[in-house]
Design a protein. Structure first.
Length: 251
């Protein structure tokens, strides 16, 4: 890889973290936040740094092909194509040997910082929301937050990447879906059509003998999580109304 691809993102990340240290120390000394609030602020900052660093380095100011550089000094495995995903932020470089070893990700450091920050932020905010004084039960609040978090995680890690696949990758995924059973591996597979819709999310592969939706399981899981979250939200609202009535009668 080029020197830019090797040192660019670490330098951007270090500089961004350095710029955030002073405001954080001033906020901590002035407001004296709780430990959970400090962790939440740290998680939010890391999320912004990871995303902004990846975008600045890989998606906005530099051509993706230049970010990839070359895999070896002799360029034994030339660059075939580059995929860019704005969210979650990622630049994937596909080489002639990527069929065996997979693509490289020059923005992997920024992606890891982004996900680490998002994880810390989610846990800290969940703790703050669950432990604060409220008229609703803690288990209800925990269920609402947990269901929404799982739904978001399924969407970001499963559905969104699938919707962003190129036509070639979609074709490969349709072939793979048909070749999972052992008895079809030696059968010639014909793909008649591939339809992709954003909402409701679906990637439908049409074969001579039927259809298959590549994201049907993930979308079903998201709907289940949203249903659970909605039901628990209704329980929380009921508890609030009952608490208010009880307070009014007691007064």
């Amino acid at each position: 890889m080029s020197m830019l691809a090797f040192f660019g993102l670490p330098l951007i990340s270090v500089m961004a973290c350095g710029l955030g240290v002073v405001p954080y120390l001033m906020w901590r000394a002035r407001c004296r936040p709780t430990r959970a609030a400090r962790w939440a602020a740290t998680g939010a900052f890391l999320t912004v740094v990871g995303y902004a660093g990846t975008v600045l380095y890989g998606l906005a100011f530099t051509a993706p092909a230049d970010v990839c550089g070359q895999q070896t000094l002799d360029d034994d495995f030339p660059l075939v194509h580059v995929t860019v995903d704005a969210f979650p932020p990622d630049v994937a470089c596909y080489w002639t040997n990527s069929g065996t070893y997979g693509p490289t990700h020059p923005t992997a450091l920024g992606s890891w910082i982004f996900w680490a920050g998002a994880g810390v932020l989610t846990i800290s905010l969940s703790y703050l929301l669950i432990t604060r004084e409220s008229r609703t039960s803690r288990w209800v609040r925990a269920g609402v937050i947990g269901a929404l978090t799982v739904a978001a995680a399924i969407w970001v890690t499963g559905i969104d990447p699938a919707l962003d696949l190129s036509p070639t990758d979609l074709n490969d995924q349709c072939l793979y879906r048909k070749t999972v059973p052992p008895d079809t591996k030696l059968t010639r597979i014909e793909i008649l059509d591939i339809r992709r819709t954003a909402f409701p999310p679906s990637i439908t592969c049409t074969y001579p003998d039927g259809e298959a939706d590549l994201v049907a399981d993930q979308w079903t899981a998201v709907l289940v999580c949203l249903t659970v979250s909605g039901a628990l939200t209704a329980v929380a609202l009921t508890e609030v109304v009952r608490a208010r009535r009880h307070t009014g009668l007691a007064g």
